[in-house]
Design a protein around this ligand. Sequence first.
Ligand code: GLU
Length: 303
Amino acid sequence: MAYTGRFAPSPTGPLHAGSLVAALASWVDARAHSGRWLVRIEDVDTPRCVPGADTLILSQLAACGLAPDETPVRQSKRGALYQAALSSLMQSGKAYPCGCARADITLALAAAGQAQARHAERVYPGTCRPERGGLRGCEERSIRLRVDEQDAAVAWADRRVGQRQQDVARAVGDYVLRRADGLWAYQLAVVVDDAAQGVTHVVRGEDLADNTPRQIYLQRLLGLTTPEYLHTPLVLGSNGEKLSKSNCAEELQPGLVALKSALSALGLRADAGSVDGLLASAVAQWRQRWGRDRRWAAELSLD
Ligand code: GLU
């Protein structure tokens, strides 16, 4: 199968050092496999999108020599694809309407003696499942995926992190596919798009690794092929916290210096004086690393 990789930024602000590492890793992996590299603008969460951030991200990538092989697609234009997937899940009884607001879920969890620690993942208690009476006259708010206990164990091998597993029913429960504000949930959009674009290899930051079992579970229900996954190490700021758009005060200045630090975050030598030279050397090093020993993470102490 021909390799297709992608970088899928949400245009909620400019690229930062952490997102450049993910972009670079996905580009290098694609080039090292002589594959296709796509950029997909994930602008479904419109309230969080910042006008102009998409073009800024593309120009920052270009300044680092990372040019997509095709015109980037935008998720905001792909609602019909997400709707088709949702309709098929609803028809097969795998998705159902939910009328619960956050407060209803908190109350139901407390009543079941499952008060959650703050910030912990809240497992939906299944209040609106059809077998429990469905909406019972409540107004529909969101649409949830039914995560059945008997097939919810997902195991996969991350190319860097190794064998992982999660029981999606216990860890997450029935999760949202279309949000109460009418917007498409990230999980649905990313799974539909990765399949529609023929993505064979997902390379992205480790902060997204937690979502992978949910995505694999959904791929299985939709009869889609599961891509290979590689989650790259997170870049920590000087305060030891993960770099993100919200805590990274400095906007990334794309070019040689930014590229060099992204390379070193991936354990690659920055041994050339130009953007093109750095990238060519990165591809050669990446090929060698994978050719010699697929367990490159352990070898380079990236964990
Ligand atoms: N749009 C997501 C983000 O910017 C990344 C999605 C993905 O790579 O699967 O965090």
